[in-house]
Design a protein around this ligand. Structure first.
Ligand SMILES: [Zn+2]
Ligand SMILES: [Zn+2]
Length: 168
């Protein structure tokens, strides 16, 4: 998930937002489209909810993500940190110390399920779609970090793909 950190400045301008909003959205009083997600780990000890406008919904092919997925791209929804809370249990955190701007991974201390990433300097929580109660809420927008793509990684036909991030 090295991939997300340059997106924040462009968030408002991204043309991708509405695609993800169609299935699972409600309109709040400010007439902004919001997404409501709920999920948790495999054993159920740690649970979270996330609300707000997703800034990106994508599959990340970076080498780092391959470690946490089983080898496939990581499928994620980046949600505003302000709308994210744990509603049961507390995750354990891990941050590599040998990397500059290393992301922090949060996972269940009981069953080990990796739930989310926090990216330094970005006010988003990168939620792993596999931990959602309803993974079908995910609306694919793009493939990122295809510079690290393996031959066995599939990218759906017609999906925008970027060597790193859009605009880079
Ligand atoms: Zn990645
Ligand atoms: Zn668990």
């Amino acid at each position: 998930m090295a991939g997300i950190f340059l997106i924040s400045h462009r968030r408002k301008g991204l043309p991708f937002r509405t695609a993800g909003a169609e299935i699972s959205t409600t309109r709040n009083e400010n007439r902004e489209v919001a997404m409501r997600l709920e999920g948790g780990c495999y054993c159920g000890a740690v649970r979270y909810k996330a609300e707000g406008d997703p800034s990106m919904q994508a599959q990340c092919h970076c080498r780092e993500c391959q470690y946490i997925t089983g080898g496939a791209p990581n499928i994620f929804i980046a949600m505003p940190a302000a709308g994210f809370t744990y509603i049961a249990g507390q995750p354990q955190q891990f941050t590599r110390r040998d990397l500059e701007r290393a992301i922090t991974r949060e996972f269940c201390p009981e069953c080990g399920t990796h739930l989310v990433n926090n990216v330094p300097g970005l006010r988003v929580v990168v939620v792993k779609v596999g931990t959602l109660d309803e993974p079908g809420q995910f609306q694919p927008q793009m493939a990122i970090y295809t510079c690290d793509r393996q031959k066995f990684h599939a990218i759906p036909e017609g999906m925008p793909a970027f060597a790193k991030l859009p605009g880079h």
